[in-house]
Ligand binder design. Structure first.
Ligand SMILES: NC(=O)C1=CN([C@@H]2O[C@H](COP(=O)(O)OP(=O)(O)OC[C@H]3O[C@@H](n4cnc5c(N)ncnc54)[C@H](O)[C@@H]3O)[C@@H](O)[C@H]2O)[C@@H](O)CC1
Ligand SMILES: Nc1ncnc2c1ncn2[C@@H]1O[C@H](COP(=O)(O)OP(=O)(O)O)[C@@H](O)[C@H]1O
Length: 354
């Protein structure tokens, strides 16, 4: 497998934004289901749901987790938190009819009960296009030691419970766990360790580390039968069929809690808009994932006030701190800029600038 990715660009991404037309209604635009958040992490559900709405879904159904324990500290349930932040969200029953799903953000598999596990396994087995994030990643990379569980729910195989087109969204730590349970062997030697000194931008060591990330992502994708979106300063997309795309470097202001939950929401919305095409050709998950990563970075750049088409160097010096919710709120502007429908300021228009 070649570890040289195609760099994803705004020009390539533009066609994946679905702008509604006069014949659209909320169902035709794409219905997204989200089963995210938990008593421990209700905020992750709010972030993902907000990001999905901001990316432009017709309808979003939020399926609350089946949990035994009540939220601590008198906190609201994830469903109550979602409704308070985004009242347009349809909560609870009637979660059928969703074109695509997002699962796992804001959940911890160690705290997952049997009922919730069964609900997730059912979604993974439904054949619907699905984004698998954070606490649900173990269900698609269960490894040999999970064989007994897998046999019980009829999901033997490297892809675990998976039956339809899927995109998994690990950060480096989650990727290392998936690699371990899937292959039971150490990551490639050149894999960029978290505690190793950072490689100089443009250096041979940096190139070697990027190649190692790319080849590992391709190997994992081929084994589990799902597209891998490997997060980081450069986000990689690797498909089971061997497609390899790269986005970034993104603005480092994105390295803040909850931005991964926002990315999952963006991706879910894009997936709901293209669900039929993805069912026909799951390889499309790679360009859709790359478009989500590009939009995520563009929203972060806008929220942090750094150049939206900035180079790596500009990205590291420009801008100001952002929160995950700031990034989610900036998505519509990033969409408009990408689609070429952004309003320009009058002075710029008068000067003939875009
Ligand atoms: N507001 C909220 O409710 C938030 C909820 N979150 C949820 O919190 C849960 C745990 O998320 P964590 O990311 O802490 O996952 P984990 O606790 O699974 O992984 C973190 C561990 O991985 C290691 N690691 C290695 N490379 C890493 C990298 N590039 N980025 C982060 N950790 C790396 C860290 O040292 C750490 O030990 C997830 O379900 C997530 O969705 C977070 O998204 C933060 C915000
Ligand atoms: N140094 C960095 N520069 C740019 N983007 C980064 C950097 N580190 C992380 N990111 C991005 O920030 C997001 C963090 O996601 P994640 O690690 O899942 O966080 P969380 O679980 O807190 O939401 C990802 O989209 C990742 O690509």
């Amino acid at each position: 497998m070649s570890g040289v990715p195609v760099t994803w660009s705004s020009e390539r991404a533009r066609g994946w934004l679905r702008v509604p037309g006069p014949r659209d209604d909320k169902y035709r635009r794409g219905v997204l289901g989200m089963r995210t958040g938990s008593a421990r992490y209700p905020g992750a559900a709010v972030l993902g749901v907000t990001a999905a709405w901001r990316t432009g879904v017709g309808l979003l159904r939020y399926a609350p987790p089946r949990e035994e324990r009540l939220p601590p500290h008198g906190l609201p349930s994830p469903a109550a938190a979602v409704l308070a932040a985004r009242p347009e969200t349809v909560i609870g029953a009637g979660t059928d009819g969703c074109a695509a799903w997002v699962i796992g953000s804001g959940t911890d598999p160690a705290e997952r009960g049997e009922a919730e596990r069964a609900a997730l396994v059912e979604l993974l087995g439904s054949g619907s296009p699905i984004v698998v994030d954070a606490g649900a990643l173990d269900l698609v990379a269960p490894g040999a030691e999970r064989g007994a569980d897998a046999a019980r729910d009829g999901s033997l195989g490297a892809g675990g419970a998976l039956r339809g087109p899927a995109i998994v969204t690990p950060h480096a730590g989650e990727f290392a766990r998936m690699w371990d349970t899937t292959f039971g062997s150490p990551l490639p030697e050149a894999w960029p360790g978290r505690d190793a000194p950072a490689a100089e931008p443009g250096s041979a060591r940096e190139a070697e580390a990027e190649t190692a990330r790319a080849e590992a992502a391709l190997r994992l994708a081929a084994r589990i039968g799902a597209t891998v979106l490997l997060k980081g300063s450069r986000t990689l997309l690797a498909s089971p069929g061997g497609t390899l795309l790269a986005c970034g470097p993104a603005t480092p202001w994105l390295a803040t809690a909850g931005t991964g939950d926002v990315l999952a929401g963006i991706l879910g919305a894009l997936l709901a808009a293209h669900a039929d095409a993805v069912r026909e050709d799951p390889e499309l998950l790679a360009p859709i994932g790359a478009t989500a990563a590009l939009l995520h970075d563009a929203a972060a750049r806008r929220a942090s006030g750094c150049p939206e088409d900035g180079s790596a160097a500009e990205g590291t010096t420009a801008g100001r701190p952002v929160t995950a919710l700031d990034v989610a709120e900036a998505i519509p502007h990033a969409c408009a800029a990408l689609a070429g429908t952004a309003e320009t300021d009058p002075a710029a228009r008068a000067a003939g600038k875009p």
